[in-house]
Write a protein that binds this ligand. Structure first.
Ligand code: DGL
Length: 274
């Protein structure tokens, strides 16, 4: 039964492939449909209204394809527009915030948690509010910081470049001064820079994509797969633009080729629920 489940995964662009990678590792036998709005990325610098409209269009596309569940791989969409996606998708929706928040609260020893993400994610305060809402202990302190430059550095493949170290140090300084012991990597691109973060400071790093994949596994009630896949995972990719470096950047996020790749248009999909 579970082998036939169709999981829709969507993101503002290529970054969500870092989440799909975890899903495929944890749940290799499902059928995945990945939507990347590569024509309109980045979402992280846009207003909440625009992000909600774009997110609704991706959700409508996946609903029309009959998926059984939607995973919102984009932290910016998860932070600003999850209720809109839920209304449009009409199937269970898993975002990045809740799984990451639970993991961060488990990981912290000092009750001081840092969150980094795009400007829209940080301005929404979604991580902060969810952390405070789920914390059962007194005295939780959350410190958030927008790190927009890291998106471009990850896509450029500057994963161990001296410039990346310098920028990560600069961005982390206020969080380290606040003595956080746990850091939520609240953007699809940041887990690619995990080694840089590890070198700059010894923190518990929380990769929301990994914890979201575990949540999907829990919801579906599928035990850990004992049988490795004997064939390539069943994934179809739908993107709104294909740039000349798409294949190379996608491979970096996914770990293998993004194929078969379909070019789609989303902007005619204005769901009636909006
Ligand atoms: N996918 C976005 C996120 O996780 C990063 C890229 C963007 O700004 O659209 O927040």
């Amino acid at each position: 039964m579970s082998e036939r489940l169709r999981i829709g995964v969507f993101d503002s662009g290529i970054g969500g492939l870092s989440v799909l990678r975890h899903l495929v590792a944890v749940l290799p036998h499902l059928h995945y449909l990945y939507v990347g709005d590569t024509a309109r990325v980045p979402y992280g610098n846009k207003s909440a209204d625009t992000i909600a409209l774009y997110a609704a269009q991706s959700a409508a596309f996946l609903r029309n394809r009959g998926v059984d569940m939607v995973v919102v791989a984009c932290n910016t969409v998860s932070a600003t527009s999850l209720p809109v996606v839920e209304a449009v998708a009409q199937v269970p929706v898993v975002g990045m915030i809740e799984p990451a928040v639970r993991a961060a609260l488990e990981a912290t020893r000092t009750n001081r948690i840092g969150v980094i993400g795009t400007r829209a994610t940080i301005e929404s305060q979604a991580y902060e509010l969810a952390l405070y809402a789920h914390s059962r202990r007194e005295g939780l302190a959350v410190f958030s910081h927008a790190c927009p430059l890291l998106v471009a550095l990850a896509e450029e493949g500057w994963l161990a470049h001296p410039a990346t170290y310098a920028i990560v140090e600069e961005y982390l300084r206020p969080l380290l001064e606040a003595a956080v012991d746990t850091l939520v990597l609240g953007c699809t691109h940041f887990p690619l820079l995990a080694e840089v973060f590890e070198q700059v400071a010894p923190l518990h790093l929380i990769d929301p994509g990994y914890w979201a994949a575990r949540q999907v596994q829990q919801i579906l009630g599928i035990p850990n797969s004992e049988h490795p896949l004997r064939h390539a995972p069943h994934i179809e990719y739908f993107v709104t633009d294909i740039s000349s470096n798409f294949a190379a950047v996608a491979r970096q996020f996914l770990g293998f080729e993004a194929y078969p790749l379909h070019r789609i248009t989303l902007d005619h999909l204005v769901p009636s629920t909006l």
